[in-house]
Design a protein around this ligand. Sequence first.
Ligand SMILES: NC(=O)c1ccc[n+]([C@@H]2O[C@H](COP(=O)([O-])OP(=O)(O)OC[C@H]3O[C@@H](n4cnc5c(N)ncnc54)[C@H](O)[C@@H]3O)[C@@H](O)[C@H]2O)c1
Length: 316
Amino acid sequence: MRRKKVVVTGGAGFIGSNLSAELCKDNEVTIVDNFSTGKEGNIKDLIDSGCARLLRGSVTDLEAMKAAFKGADYVFHEAAIPSVPRSVADPMRTNDAGVTGTLAVLVAARDCGIEKVVFASSSSVYGETESLPKKEDMVCMPMSPYAVTKLAGEHYCRVFTELYGLGTVALRYFNVYGPMQDPGSEYAAVVPKFIDCALKGEAFPIHGDGLQSRDFTFVRDVVRANLMAAESKSTGVYNIGGGRRTTVLELAQAISEVVGFEMRAVHLPPRPGDVRDSWADISKAKRDFGFEPAFTLREGISETVAWFRRCLGTQG
Ligand SMILES: NC(=O)c1ccc[n+]([C@@H]2O[C@H](COP(=O)([O-])OP(=O)(O)OC[C@H]3O[C@@H](n4cnc5c(N)ncnc54)[C@H](O)[C@@H]3O)[C@@H](O)[C@H]2O)c1
């Protein structure tokens, strides 16, 4: 993508800041964020260098979104409260950002003549499926308030395309990991949490038996998928994953090997709202806009560990 005006909502978050950094290379970027989970540090260089402008505010504020989107070509909508357990603890807050916020983004995009909104959906919309890998035409049965908000967001995208002709595409991300992901919160995702533990020499906390599986996707593949989907004619929902299935124990082993840590684990009770297995069929995204993951799990983990060592000053 070149010489476009783009807006990244949630641009101070993990995926949004990686996406903003890539877009800043050759486009005019506006980041919208209320810093509820995002961090100033993730975008400091982009803002200080004048590569991106920052609008502090909530995506639920329709007038602020209209002001932010004026004159823009594309909106990458990453803002959300992105955690299954957090949504189980506080469903109202998750719904506000995820449903009211997405609706406001779509209304503002429609009124500002945006070419396309790329919506960050989630593999969690599927719930437990009878078979694997998960395909876009399977029946969705969300198991958490977070997953419900993502499915509602997808439907709003489709309805805005059908009713108002707004270009939309929803990308169902499967367990994204990489540089800039926060290991600190009690809701931290498994990859940064394990890397942080390995670098500190602490046992990995594993919910359940560790044989639950996920399709871990490196963030740079997700960034590429966003750019490809935006510039394509595609609309509707697409799985974006690494296209392979890894158990949590296999992940723990891979991280231990990269860090050089002898793996130890403490097993905790399974978390309510979590699915047992997740694995993406990514053939639709490949067919419609040429997406294929470029990173193996080992390559992605190695880059992520290197970033943690460099930026968090943790020594392994
Ligand atoms: N990380 C994953 O594995 C994953 C998987 C599937 C889907 N997603 C989706 O991708 C998107 C980005 O996730 P992430 O992992 O980077 O999370 P993140 O928490 O790092 O980023 C979310 C960003 O949205 C911002 N935000 C939240 N509510 C807002 C509001 N009302 N107004 C403005 N900004 C707001 C936060 O401050 C944060 O900067 C989310 O929509 C998430 O649901 C992530």
